[in-house]
Design a protein around this ligand. Sequence first.
Ligand code: BES
Ligand code: MN
Ligand code: ZN
Length: 507
Amino acid sequence: MEFTIKVVSPEKLQTGLLVVGVLTGAPLSPSSRAVDEASQGGLSKLVSKGELDDKAGSTVLLHGLAGVAAERVLLVSFGKAGAFGDRPWRDAFAAIGGALAATVAKDAAIVLDETALPSGRDAAWALRQAGRIVADGAYRFESPGAEKKHKKKHGAAKIAFILSNTGEALEEALRQGRAIAEGMALAKDLGNLGANVCTPAYLADIARGLGKQYKFEVDVLERDDMEKLGMGAFLAVAHGARQSPRFIVMHHRGEKPYKGKGGKPKSHPVTLIGKGITFDSGGISLKPGAEMDEMKYDMCGAASVIGVFKTIAAMALPLDVTGIVPATENMPGGNASRPGDVVRSLSGQTIEILNTDAEGRLILCDALTYAERFKPGCVIDIATLTGACVVALGKIPSGLLANDDELAEELTQRGMDAGDRVWRLPLWEEYQDLLKSHFADMANIGGRFGGAITAAAFLSRFAKAYKWAHLDIAGTAWLSGDAKGATGRPLPLLAEFLLARASKGKH
Ligand code: BES
Ligand code: MN
Ligand code: ZN
């Protein structure tokens, strides 16, 4: 898919499909009016007859509209003027993305009206979001080796955004949107692949491949490296698996090295840690059979970290970012950890494993300790950690827990900017009591109540050395039912966060 920005009169543009937006109850915007006038009221007649539903994202397709150079015109509703905001704007672009992915037209142009943006949003924001949403709309997954599910070769390959002016900042915003969609496509692919293909070694190969392509550093630790380091919690999960574990570390060095005291280069990278359980059977505390296939998605945190590395590498983001992916299966077997086992984490703290299905926190805690060596500016872990988070928040926001209010606020804001929202849950001291163990410093589960919080309370014990936030993406990383598949979330949020951090550094 090729994206361009064009500064043209929309009615005069020769294109397979021209997309024009309409806001009910408001006068047509200047560009829509130009198309309307050229077609002698072709649009306004339709709208006044009520042919275009006023629900944002509704569409009407017109063929051969007289006076307009485009072969087809797609009218898209941005909803009622009184209810306008980010959400209807996004819904409209999601519909546009769907239509452009299905059209027989080879090329298309979207009128991106700077006069019809949600309040507080500018053209650069709009291009980044629209570019991402439209490119993401064309995403299709094919299982390797299986018969193709998507045979039709439809979809516009060349897409122009029509604006009233352009410039380097807008071109860049569009490239960012594209890079975010490409990172999401990688994250979705990794999530959608079966665990027989997407193994810990496979994740490491993908990371290494990206490192080669974009020239960033990738280090991969194997089982004996982790044994030497003393990652007893991570290894307790890896024990039951035939697939050998990997601990993947990536470094994107985007800042100019500057010298701190003593001439040493100083950097405090944003550090991202992604849960990489390539399949979560529950281990000896085996999960019930229903929907167990969905536990192939238990590496979606890892996928979002690897995916966002592709995004920031493609954008050459001027920010130092470190990515850590502890990757293993969680399987039952003769060598698997048992309930009652006590293990020693990399931090030295001991853990009584009361439930082998609470494995995410066991691999993350060693990664959190490992992260200390990079002197991170902040650490964000991303994990499909608890079913309890899905019960608490549903599948709309990701759960957010943090030991730093400013970082939590920053993530909340960037989530709104990206349309990839989070909702904060408390992490009060009282919750720590629930992790008491008779035989170790702590247990790996906290009882029946507040499961998303007790999981984060467990992690917080390993994240005391820096500002830390935890994103529980169990509800948001994939969808079930008709729309089954990985969503690529929370990559848009992470990308928006990193972009904002990078531009803060510039000023
Ligand atoms: N990967 C699961 C969390 C999960 C469950 C994500 C369902 C999405 C849907 C995690 O490893 C897990 O099994 N968590 C347990 C924790 C419990 C044993 C304390 C859970 O949520 O049931
Ligand atoms: Mn589990
Ligand atoms: Zn899990």
